[in-house]
Design a protein around this ligand. Sequence first.
Ligand code: ZN
Length: 224
Amino acid sequence: MVKLAFGKGPKHRCGLLLILLAWAALLSGCVQRGIERSTFRTVVIDPGHGGHDAGANPRGVSPEKFWTLQVGLRLQKRLAQGGFYPVLTRTSDIFIPLDTRVGICNRQTNTIFVSIHFNATRKRDIRGIETYYSTARSADLAKLVHSSILRIPGAADRRVHTAAFHVIRKNAFPAILVEGGFLTNSAEAKRIASPAYLDALTERIYQGIVTYRGSEPGATSTAQ
Ligand code: ZN
């Protein structure tokens, strides 16, 4: 579950100009830093929420912040096995502001960003996987990770969407946000609470990242 963090819009042309200049600086920074889709090794993993921010917190199931960390830590291990350099925005149950999460990623030189969340809604029959991205350069990563996750038997497709979520909107690198199922759907919540599903979700996110990159970094180094 994600809350939008919009700033107040510009009230006059000067504000708009400043925003355009900031965008230009951000874009030129990306070019200078060189996003190399086929060579990146660093992956910033962002387990959503933490600390006083529980995220989705329906009765009878652990809060979203717990499950996002479970997947984040699994993905850290899996990425390292494949030869990637995983960087986590948090490794324990602590609150990390959204700007700090983005800053951790934007300090890297050649990376992608994957934010992990679980969903909630009042309509308890709704279930399935959603993946979000903000800018066009993240579309391929979103589509490949999403279609990979849908290979989990029984996964329901709630499609890839664009959204202005802070951690992906402010990101200087390809950035996606995965909603790995609905904690408000009793069957899906039970599924999420099983290690087998958490392992499968982790593996499918991992395989989507590898497909996006074209190969595992580890595969190249072991062949030499
Ligand atoms: Zn969330």
